[in-house]
Design a protein. Structure first.
Ligand SMILES: Cc1ncc(COP(=O)(O)O)c(C=O)c1O
Length: 382
């Protein structure tokens, strides 16, 4: 699914010289002082040998301090934090630890592509609840209806990739109530927690009844623009973190020793850093959304993440996959057909995702190309 299309689209971007707004990684690195901290750790011999299984104490303390500073949450750095090889490993270890064969895991689709794979690796069954345009709000009646006697957990992702929806405190409270009423676990992927432009990010673990049943996941990848470092983390009750660590031990055992020192410093950056990241991306969101609307796309303006979902029916196309395969040659721009994030493919057939975690001039170039192609003889329509 997703992984294949990313490879195909990136290859197309290269062969056609297209501007790649497909895959979600920034085209500039994170703060220089944090990169320098990683280099200094390597040269000082800090973390070059296997770091402690749960992660270095400095990073676990920094994660706990971040949860306290941002959300007022008390997290014990020794018993309630686990450092992982990115959020990707955290998701895999959590799902393999918490799901048994035959269990059902509910996730809102469209979903990040590793969810389906990891639920399958755990021998469990995924049960999608579809987020629908134009606003992609979670349908909580559908969520309730999806719960059966075999449901073990709800896999949440807010801010949500690819739709950019940010669940409201009220929606999260109702999801938490359902989890408590049916004694479900929640695995909450919060990697875009600092990329909220409208509304507010609320960790579901902070809601009544949730502290003993929530595994919270985040990562330095998006927060600090170091996606190649693969440093993520899990927080949760000591019991849940122990369960996840037991699986993690046999996936990677440990990861990225020197980078852990650098990420510990990054998490202590002042509030201004996080505010600046948000402000920069908010401006880019506005720029890309306006440009795409101008080029004739129906644009579903995201409240968070660095993705914008569009619908290409407004351009006369029924099929986002075909549209994305043609777009590089037609306009010199690469985007991702959102259908790859759905089980219910009819729901996502005409949606196309663009990433805006790119330099301003790159976004401008992409929009210029789309506008020119739209004005050209073939146009962007069918
Ligand atoms: C929703 C979501 N979760 C997890 C990840 C993976 O994070 P990491 O790079 O830290 O493994 C991504 C990356 O795109 C993502 O979009």
């Amino acid at each position: 699914m997703g992984t294949t299309i990313f490879a195909e689209m990136s290859a197309l971007a290269t062969t056609t010289g297209s501007v790649n707004l497909g895959q979600g990684f920034p085209d500039t690195d994170g703060p220089r002082e944090i990169a320098a901290a990683a280099a200094a750790a390597v040269m000082a011999g800090r973390g070059n040998q296997y770091p402690p299984g749960p992660g270095i104490p400095e990073l676990r303390q920094a994660v706990a301090a971040h949860q306290k500073r941002c959300y007022g949450l008390d997290v014990d750095p020794d018993a309630q934090v686990l450092v992982t090889a990115g959020a990707t490993e955290a998701i895999a270890a959590a799902l393999i630890a918490l799901l048994e064969p035959g269990d059902e895991a509910i996730a809102f689709e469209p979903y990040y592509d590793s969810y389906a794979a990891c639920i399958a690796m755990a021998g469990a069954t995924r049960v999608p609840v579809t987020l629908r345009p134009p606003d992609f709000r979670p349908d909580l009646d559908a969520l309730r209806a999806a719960i059966t006697g075999r449901t073990r957990l709800i896999l949440l992702n807010s801010p949500h990739n690819p739709t950019g929806v940010v669940f409201t405190p009220g929606e999260l409270a109702r999801i938490a109530e359902l989890a408590c009423a049916h004694d479900l676990l929640v695995v909450s992927d919060e990697v875009y927690e600092h990329m909220v432009y409208d509304g507010v990010h609320v960790p579901i673990v902070s809601l009544p009844g949730m502290s003993g049943r929530t595994v919270t996941i985040s990562s330095a990848a998006k927060m600090f623009s170091f996606t190649g470092w693969k440093i993520g983390w899990v927080t949760g009750s000591p019991e849940l973190v122990t369960a996840v660590r037991t699986v993690k031990q046999f996936l990677t055992y440990v990861t990225g020793g020197p980078f852990q020192y650098a990420v510990a410093e990054a998490l202590a950056l002042p509030d201004d850093y996080f505010a600046a990241v948000t402000a920069d991306l908010r401006a880019k969101r506005d720029f890309l959304c306006a440009g795409l609307a101008g080029a004739g796309f129906e644009v579903y303006r995201p409240a968070g993440t660095y993705f914008v979902t569009t619908d290409v029916r407004a351009l006369g196309h029924a099929d986002g996959m075909e549209f994305c395969r043609e777009l590089p040659r037609r306009a010199g721009v690469v985007a991702i057909p959102s259908v790859v994030f759905y089980d219910n493919t009819d729901a996502g057939r005409s949606q196309v995702r663009f990433a805006f975690c790119k330099q301003q001039h790159v976004l401008a170039e992409a929009l210029g190309r789309l506008a020119r192609a739209g004005r050209g003889e073939a146009g962007l329509g069918d």
